[in-house]
Design a protein around this ligand. Sequence first.
Ligand code: PEP
Ligand code: CO
Length: 450
Amino acid sequence: MNKKSNNWQPDTWQQKTCLQMPKYNNKEQLDEILNFLQNMPPLVFAGESRTLKEHLANAGAGNAFILQGGDCAESFAEFHPKNIRDTFRLILQMAVILTFAARMPVIKIGRMAGQFAKPRSDDNESKNGICLPSYRGDIINSLEFDKDARKPDPNRILQAYNQATSTLNLLRSFSRGGYADLHRVKQWILDFAADSPEGEKYLDIAKRIEHALAFLTAVGVDMSSSNIVKETDFFTSHEALLLPYEQALTRTDSTTGDWYDVSAHFLWIGDRTRQVDGAHVEFLRGIKNPIGIKCGPTISKDELLKLLDILNPENDAGRITLITRFGAGNVEKHLPKLVEAVNKEDRIVTWISDPMHGNTVKSSSGYKTRKFTDIMQELKEFFQIMRASGGIPAGIHLEMTGQNVTECTGGADKITDKDLSLRYHTHCDPRLNARQSIELAFQVAEAIKK
Ligand code: PEP
Ligand code: CO
């Protein structure tokens, strides 16, 4: 039985203006694929999304910390079990560092198993006098600069669903099948990060955890029956951008009768598609998953309050995570008024920082990049200004990979503009590599302790 919620149905977004929508030429083929997808198994269960929502509410109240991270855009080309494993274990490592510092649970959410569709600033891209539609993520078209490759292809929707399914299958095995057992904390270190100062600092924490586990075993705590030590919770998330895909994966939960988007545990709305009367807000209004709202420099406090009215009319804790992304040096200008407005009206939200999307620059070598120092600067501003404004800094949202890429400059490896071409593999925005991510986690750990 479907609950009727304020004239909402999974397709009511279609009556609204939908920005960032690809123009499919073959509508019949698109419909056929979406109909097929409607009968495919869910990727996640509603009950899991409800659990995540409780965790997010905890974090919003200052009792847990959120680590959300992964690719800017997952791609068909980089799909490999090794890549999934390496990002997964990097998140585990960072979570250990943060748990140790914060002395509270770290909620792990991957930008994984569905993060395919990308919003673009321009509909078209020009190169050498040729103008083609922009790349919109592998679920829509191909990165290759070619007329046919850039045409939106409905078949890609199925390929993305299939890739998300097997990615999630592997993530579930990693988190439940023994890989994430805390007894293996030393083994999670990535080869190229082992012989570094951060690697040593990590091994120091790992040793202390081993001693603690050995002590507990010695005093008689039975570790073999403890899921807390042997398993971990890992959640998935992506931007709810390609609404036909999200609609096809929106189902009613048999337990509650509520609608859930079962493509991921957590969905967020991007900074370019958060118009209060737009299609994306309409879609997210009706699903019960916990959701995120990206808040960039252009959001006003009135707009934010209106979004909260529409997306969380019951002021439900854990339902809304506000993901701020203002850029280094801009937090003071934008954050306090939002936090004060939210607090004044007693709105319950969870605040986290995305220090990536406000800090993208073009390097002298032509690559899109981000400076490690800018990323850290925004995070430090976020912690400090959030606290000074009466809010709780509850987590971080990163574009990162377990691979040894050269996409962001700086960090302990001192990656320069000239190095970017060495291993620049991202399909969209530049990601922190494993060493940079670990280094960041240690610095965030310090900021949490303050
Ligand atoms: C993203 O998270 O990849 C993204 C496009 O972010 P934003 O909507 O904040 O620009
Ligand atoms: Co991005």
